[in-house]
Unconditional design. Structure first.
Length: 254
């Protein structure tokens, strides 16, 4: 009997919340990068995960939106830091670019199914692509990730983006479906999934049926665990995911 851990995290602080005019001049206004504060928050969150969790992360899956890819890059640098720097001691001056990493520790893949809700609830109307084409260049975004960490052999759960103007209910169901599918695909590994606020909230309420999520902070995350019993010929039986703990999620009872 083994335990599988799945950590679902929201991205860091997005640039367009700091620079309101950025959308007006951006070529891809629906896909803002991280603000520098967001990069620091993501790097520090990665170090806290490394220090405070009682298990290693083996594999990371990330939404194709740039803010999520950049968040994953910072977290992975922290998790793979060969020198094990302590961000708690000096948060403001922490700089992931100076970190030497061991890329063999973690493998990273972009997963379309973890993307933002593709509707005007989530994509601001003044930034949404008029034709519904988000024009992701996956190779370009993979270059944002630390060298040696990208796993090109992984077959994604979603081969392409969901349809534009999906409903809130279908987006929430998608997040639950993708998280379970990824966990079932790698039952012997602990996963970190970097997604969006609604994705984190959907998983939180899935394993806390009596809760309603009011807010998910930047880099807020929820940890779910399940038991895995392995059989012959790579077969396994998985228990139900149970809630372990959360950081940065404001919730209330239904």
């Amino acid at each position: 009997m083994a335990t599988q851990n799945v950590l679902v995290m929201r991205h860091g602080d997005r640039l367009d919340n700091f620079e309101e005019l950025w959308v007006m001049k951006a070529d891809r206004p629906w896909d803002p990068p991280l603000h520098q504060d967001g990069k620091i928050r993501a790097f520090c969150t990665g170090q806290k995960i490394r220090s405070n969790m009682d298990f290693p992360i083996h594999r990371v899956f990330v939404s194709p939106f740039l803010r999520c890819v950049q968040t994953a890059a910072e977290v992975v640098r922290a998790l793979c830091d060969a020198a094990d720097h302590n961000c708690e001691a000096n948060v403001l001056s922490s700089n992931s670019e100076s970190v030497v990493i061991d890329p063999s520790k973690i493998k990273v893949s972009i997963e379309y199914g973890l993307c933002e809700m593709l509707n005007l609830v989530a994509i601001r109307s003044n930034a949404a692509p008029k034709d519904g084409d988000f024009k992701f260049n996956i190779s370009q975004y993979e270059a944002e990730l630390p060298a040696g960490t990208v796993d090109h052999t992984v077959e994604p759960v979603y081969k392409k983006l969901p349809e534009w103007q999906e409903t809130l209910e279908s987006a929430r169901a998608r997040y639950v479906e993708v998280v379970k599918a990824l966990a079932d695909k790698y039952p012997s590994e602990n996963l970190l999934l970097v997604t969006h606020g609604e994705g984190v909230g959907s998983i939180f309420t899935e394993i806390n049926k009596d809760a309603t999520v009011l807010e998910v902070e930047y880099c807020g995350h929820v940890l779910a665990r399940r038991t895995i019993q392995f059989g012959e010929n790579q077969s396994f039986t998985a228990g139900e995911f149970v809630y372990e703990k959360q950081t940065g999620i404001l919730s209330a009872a239904k």
